[in-house]
Each structure stands twice: as structure tokens, then as C-alpha cells.
Write a protein that binds this ligand. Structure first.
Ligand SMILES: O=C([O-])C(=O)C[C@H](O)[C@@H](O)C(=O)[O-]
Length: 369
């Protein structure tokens, strides 16, 4: 048992492979999402030999600011990372703090939510359109849903907005409707979420909603470019036709200060800022205000299965999260059971930190730039 305030001996940066179960295709804005990105991790080791680690995104910060410092100079159990300059280590510092205090991150964050966190499948993209010379059609999406159900998923987020870039507008909108209806028919009990990545305008989106009115969508995400009046109009339409359907916003380049009043006014039901780029510490500050305003959170996790686990800890810790984005895939050296839901739910136990042992040395590769 070491000191409760160890000094950081070293910060090591490394690269870890992620592999999706299949190539993930286009969305309304972007081309193929590939078969799994390289992930960058920071590994913190204390002078008494304890380790915390986690993903970081973007360029690393100044390692020299961290090495030799006491843990208490870097992170506070009640609020998170103390200095903005060290926020790139948000995940690794929370993990290390959990290891040092022998507590899971969800407990450090307050234990306000359930440790059984609902997770939806966030990997149903426009694979019906690929390959370009022999598009596979809607059946491939149903196969993907079935495959991901085999990995433990029960609820599905469907990418829509094919008419924004990839198909003529009318044809794309019709395909979005067909896909939504086909998944509902095949999975009558699933929660179905749809994400347009801003690929509609208000009128077009309402036309889509009218065509899928009987599907009972759980949430609609980023239907069009943020606009307070359009979001209010959409909420009013949903209140009349499908009051349970949530509006989720705030993933893409969020101006959180501008979105908050729109959410507080009732026009956004769920805010989505990313678990890494916005960060755990920022979410810790924001969530009480969101809860007080009756707005839910659900940190964006796309791209890396480990982000789903971080978002689940946030949900179990801060509460006020109904469901978290699942990213099916494997991470080199990480036990897949730590990343996959069972019956649509990711269970978090009492293991310290994020509960993910550091992958073996063989998996930690030199960062190539
Ligand atoms: O909700 C989501 O996961 C996304 O919208 C992810 C996007 O599809 C992806 O293009 C991204 O992260 O930019």
C-alpha cells in the first residue's frame, strides 16, 4: 500500500491498435470511417510504482509539467484536473487517482448513476451504399445489426442523411426512411436512434419524421446545423407527434455556451460533447447545471471502444445519462469483455480507476507522426 499522494515518476506516450468488427462506411458528412483508428495513450507511473493510463486526443501537452509533481498538484478527487494545461491527461489522471485511492472512477465521480449502463450500437453507417460499384443495399445493415446484437447490443443508432452528399436528395431521403423502417421491423423491441450529422434542413427532416412516425424513435441526433429557432420548431413538432423522442445535439464543434440556453429552453434534450475532447473534468463541472435544467448528457464516444467505457463511468458517476454510445471493436491487449455490453448493458464493477489493466508491453507501440 503506497502513499495516497504519490509523485509522478514518468509519463510515457504510446500507440495502441483498435479494430472494428468490419469496415465502417460513410455518414452524411464524411467518407469511410475505416476499420479502426490508431489510439494514443498516456501511461503515468508513480515513484512507488503504480500506474494509471488512458487515451488522449490531439497533440500531447507538456510532459515536463507533470513529471516530478505530486498527484494532488494535478488532480482533485472532487473536481478533476486542476490546470487546463494538463487536461490532455484527463483520463490517465482519473485512472491513476482511482488506482491510488482504490476506487473506481464512477465512485470518485459521485456514484449518482447505475453501474449497469445502457449502451447503444453506434456503428450502423451507410454501408448499404458500398462498394460503390456494387452497393450491398439495406440487407447489409440488417446483417450488421444482427452481428452487433451478437456482440451484446440491443439498441441501434442509424446514420441518416444520405441525400446530403452521396445520393440525390430525394433518393437519399427515401433510403433513410426504408432503412429506419427495416431496422424497426427486424428489431421490434430495440431503441432506435437516428443521427443525421447535420445532413438535413428542418423541412426535410420533418418530412423524414412524418414518414417514420410509427417507428417510435428514441432520439434524433444532429438533424441539421444548430439553429435555435429550427430546434425549437422541431421540438414543437415532436411534442405534438412524438413527445418521447429526444433531440440530441452538441457533438460537432460544440459552442457549449450557445447550446446551453437552447437546451435550458427545452429545445435540446441531450447534450453530446465528446468524452475526450471536451473531457471528463469539463463534464464534471457541467453536469449539475444540466441536471438542474432538466437536460441529459451522453458524451460522444465514437471512434474508440475505450471511450465507451469512459463514458459509462461518467454516466455511473455523474448520473443524468440515459444511454451511452457503444463503439464495437477490439483494443490490442484489452480484455474484450471490458468493452462489450451484455444484453445492451455495460456493467461496471468496483475495480480501481477505469478498471482496464494496462495492455502488455508488446501492444504499446511507438507513436509515429
Ligand atoms: O454520433 C457519432 O458517433 C458521430 O456522429 C460520429 C461521426 O459519425 C464521425 O464522423 C465523427 O466522429 O466525426
Amino acid at each position: 500500500m503506497g502513499t495516497s499522494d504519490p509523485r509522478i515518476r514518468s509519463v510515457r506516450l504510446a500507440q495502441l491498435d483498435t479494430r472494428y468488427p468490419r469496415t465502417v462506411g460513410r455518414n452524411a458528412r464524411l467518407g469511410s470511417h475505416g476499420s479502426g483508428p490508431d489510439s494514443h495513450v498516456a501511461v503515468l507511473v508513480t515513484e512507488d510504482g503504480r500506474t494509471g493510463w488512458g487515451l488522449f486526443e490531439g497533440p500531447p501537452g507538456d510532459v515536463a509539467r507533470v513529471e516530478g509533481r505530486l498527484l494532488s498538484e494535478l488532480i482533485d478527487a472532487g473536481t478533476g484536473v486542476l490546470d487546463d494545461a494538463d487536461r490532455w491527461l484527463d483520463i490517465a489522471l482519473h485512472d491513476l487517482l482511482g488506482v491510488v485511492l482504490d476506487a473506481p472512477v464512477h465512485a470518485l465521480l459521485g456514484g449518482r448513476g447505475s453501474v449497469d449502463v445502457p449502451v447503444y450500437d453506434g456503428a450502423i453507417y451507410f454501408d448499404d451504399l458500398d462498394p460503390q460499384d456494387a452497393p450491398r443495399g439495406i440487407e447489409v445493415l440488417l446483417e450488421e445489426c444482427r452481428a452487433d446484437a451478437g456482440l451484446g447490443h440491443r439498441d441501434f443508432k442509424l446514420k441518416i442523411g444520405r441525400g446530403n452528399r452521396w445520393l440525390p436528395r430525394d433518393e437519399g431521403d427515401v433510403r433513410d426512411i426504408e432503412v429506419t423502417r427495416a431496422v424497426r421491423d427486424a428489431f421490434p423491441d430495440a431503441r432506435i436512434l437516428v443521427d443525421a450529422n447535420d445532413g438535413y434542413d428542418l423541412d426535410g427532416f420533418v418530412t423524414y419524421l412524418e414518414a417514420v412516425a410509427d417507428v417510435g424513435l428514441f432520439w434524433v441526433e444532429e438533424p441539421f446545423l444548430d439553429d435555435a429557432d429550427d430546434l425549437a420548431a422541431l421540438r414543437a413538432w415532436l411534442d405534438a407527434k412524438s413527445p418521447e423522442t429526444r433531440i440530441a445535439e452538441g457533438e460537432t464543434s460544440p459552442d457549449v455556451g450557445a447550446l446551453l440556453p437552447v437546451a435550458a429552453a427545452g429545445s435540446i434534450d441531450v447534450l453530446l460533447m465528446d468524452v475526450l475532447s471536451y473531457g471528463l473534468t469539463a463534464w464534471r463541472r457541467l453536469m449539475p447545471d444540466l441536471a438542474a435544467a432538466g437536460v441529459h448528457g451522453s458524451p460522444h464516444a465514437w471512434g474508440r471502444p475505450l471511450k465507451t467505457r469512459y463514458a459509462a463511468h461518467l454516466a455511473a458517476g455523474l448520473g443524468n445519462v440515459e444511454i451511452v454510445e457503444g463503439v464495437p471493436g477490439d483494443v490490442a491487449g484489452v480484455d474484450p469483455r471490458l468493452l462489450r455490453p451484455v444484453d445492451g448493458v455495460l456493467h461496471l464493477d468496483g475495480s480501481p480507476g477505469f478498471g482496464v489493466p494496462l495492455p502488455d508491453e508488446a501492444h504499446l507501440r511507438k507513436i509515429v507522426r
